[in-house]
Design a protein around this ligand. Structure first.
Ligand SMILES: CC(C)(COP(=O)(O)OP(=O)(O)OC[C@H]1O[C@@H](n2cnc3c(N)ncnc32)[C@H](O)[C@@H]1OP(=O)(O)O)[C@@H](O)C(=O)NCCC(=O)NCCS
Length: 191
């Protein structure tokens, strides 16, 4: 469990009630080590790649430490007749004192179609509101129609485009695109 949520808000994710998503699925806090092992096991789902170089980069020591300290990692657990299996992974983090970042969700193909992404986003948003955290942000690849549609259903709409070294990402949030304040010079004049 990340130190950040605990230090800033005293949130103990092991003791909260939003973890049960429905009768069959729940979120279970896991270590970043577990999260990275899952990513390694299902690289196609987690990274959309099987390139060993990209996977190795994904598992760097620094990245692991960052996840340890900053990110809240959850396994999406499917329970049926007393047996449990991991259906997916959800990773998020505090990005400010009043905002939260939905970093990643991946669900195994056999568990898709149950609206888990929408339910998890809604539950977490509701839960964070209790701590005064109202702003939610995320990035999604432009071609990821399912994730964009699900995010919109959970109340996150496009607020802009972020260019990254691996391509553009749609920036989505649950607050409207900010309006350029009066008096700010146009980009062309300052660049
Ligand atoms: C994005 C993702 C998490 C959504 O999973 P989910 O919550 O199970 O998705 P949904 O339940 O909303 O299903 C998506 C759509 O496919 C349909 N569907 C039905 N059965 C399905 C199945 N077995 N597999 C996939 N989709 C199915 C759903 O009905 C839904 O259509 P609708 O929006 O018209 O109702 C999942 O597709 C995934 O893990 N993708 C790979 C990783 C990724 O892209 N992550 C997000 C970026 S960070």
């Amino acid at each position: 469990m990340s130190r950040l949520s605990k230090v800033v808000f005293g949130i103990d994710l092991n003791k909260i009630d939003f973890l049960q998503i429905n009768d069959l699925y729940k979120l279970k806090p896991v270590s970043s080590k577990f999260a990275f092992a899952w990513v390694k096991k299902y690289p196609k789902i987690a990274l959309d790649t099987t390139d060993p170089k990209i996977i190795a980069q994904h598992l760097s020591h620094e990245k692991m430490k960052y996840y340890d300290e900053v990110c809240d990692c959850f396994a999406i657990v499917f329970s049926n007749n007393g047996t449990e299996e991991i259906a997916g992974l959800f990773v998020s983090n505090l990005s400010d004192w009043d905002s939260y970042y939905f970093r990643y969700i991946g669900i195994l193909p056999q568990h898709r179609g149950n609206h888990l992404q929408v339910m998890i986003m809604q539950r977490l948003h509701e839960f964070l509101g209790k701590y005064g955290i109202q702003k939610i942000r995320a990035h999604v690849k432009p071609e990821n129609f399912t994730s964009l549609k699900n995010s919109a259903r959970a109340g996150l709409k496009k607020i802009g485009i972020t260019n990254t070294p691996t391509g553009p990402l749609i920036e989505i949030a649950n607050y409207p695109e900010s309006i350029q304040p009066k008096g700010v010079k146009h980009e062309k004049e300052i660049c």
